[in-house]
Design a protein around this ligand. Structure first.
Ligand code: SAM
Length: 347
């Protein structure tokens, strides 16, 4: 658990896109220049929409389950003076950045080094019961992707690590160097819909052990058919799948969402940003289930008895970033925002 130390210097890592009213087009920023030690630059995705969605929640405690560099958290604290914030992240360097960025609100913020499936333990430990709102901004941050030493990038040479929490768990090298070929192929298909999963798994097993990101990326590129090399980087899906596996990203999401929804006060809201279909499917299914939209066990049968609504969906489907935001921040392009509100009578 981390609270703010006194006199922490505040580092604002936001970069203005234009200066001094000069709105002439500028050359696009490099997509993935490596970040140096201690640097943390992450543009919060759909920030205005997230703040608007959570604007009406009652005063109380807001949980940012993936606080990252504190971009969404800062905007929420600025917009809602009646909220205190509990921020969780499994990455200690994100918590350092959030601590600096949220300095202006330090009396209102508690940060905790924890996975979001430990939400109940964190809130119980702080003496909080029900909460006014909860936000999950899933997946990886830009600094995790951009710092070669974190081992997430197929473009920059680094150790095959990919752990969001470098203090715990197995690394990407452990996964690629030890998993059986059928298990690797299944993981590539399951976590990233990789169409060449079996070829890539075969090539990995034939060429391992791997110790660096670029060795693995080169082996994957050599394994896929030539036409697949023309559509984006051929190792993109493989790296996504391994990262999801290493960090158990899909396995803990549903339970964490259920816990967060169970903690909401009447009229409290939960907003979730997901970045790939595997995550979004889990969010959609959990929200629909809590909204009483339980599918019948077999087509034609009525929904099972006892399916009651604890929340309402704030909109149907998922919202996506504006074209301007997707152009300005390519990492926002795949974002899907869903949100629910706890129904007062059901609390
Ligand atoms: C997209 S970033 C969040 C950025 C943040 N909203 C901001 O505005 O700066 C996702 C963050 O969630 C963290 N994270 C991902 N899965 C997590 C989990 N299961 N438990 C806790 N933190 C997690 C990552 O370490 C990363 O810092």
């Amino acid at each position: 658990m981390t609270n703010f130390p006194d006199n922490e210097p505040i580092q604002d890592y936001r970069r203005p896109t234009t200066t001094g009213g000069d709105h002439r087009p500028r050359p696009p920023a490099p997509r993935s220049s490596p970040l140096g030690e201690g640097e943390y630059r992450h543009q919060p995705v759909m920030c205005g929409e997230v703040v608007e969605t959570l604007r009406t929640v009652p005063d109380g405690v807001m949980v940012d389950a993936t606080v990252g560099g504190g971009g969404h958290a800062l905007a929420l604290l600025d917009a809602h003076p009646g909220l205190d914030l509990v921020g969780l992240d499994r990455d200690p360097s994100a918590l350092d950045a959030a601590r600096r960025r949220l300095g202006p609100h330090q009396g209102r913020v508690t940060l905790s080094h924890a996975r979001f499936d430990a939400l109940d333990e964190v809130l119980d430990g702080l003496g909080h019961g029900a909460v006014s709102g909860c936000v999950f901004d899933l997946g990886v941050s830009s600094p995790q992707l951009d710092r070669p030493d974190r081992g997430f990038s197929y473009r920059h040479r680094g150790p095959l690590d990919m752990r969001m929490d470098p203090t715990a768990g197995c690394t990407a090298a452990d996964v690629v160097n030890t998993a059986a070929e059928p298990a690797l192929a299944a993981m590539l298909a399951r976590n990233a819909d990789e169409p060449h999963a079996r070829r890539i798994a075969r090539a990995i097993v034939a060429r391992r052990p791997f110790s660096t990101t670029t060795e693995l990326a080169a082996a994957v590129a050599a394994a896929v058919p030539a036409r697949a090399r023309r559509r984006g980087h051929p190792a993109r899906r493989t790296f996504q799948a391994i990262r999801i596996e290493v960090n158990e990203e899909l396995g803990m999401l549903d339970a964490a969402l259920a816990r967060a929804l169970g903690r909401l006060v009447p009229s409290g809201r939960c907003a979730v940003l997901s970045y790939h279909s595997g995550e979004d499917r889990i969010v959609k299914a959990r929200f629909r289930r809590e909204a009483g939209e339980v599918p019948p066990p077999r087509p034609g049968l009525p929904p099972p008895p006892g399916a009651h609504a604890a929340v309402r969906l704030l909109w149907r489907g998922a919202r996506t970033p504006s074209p301007d935001e997707a152009d300005a921040n390519p990492r926002a392009a795949s974002a899907r925002l869903r949100a629910v509100e706890r129904i007062p009578e059901a609390a």
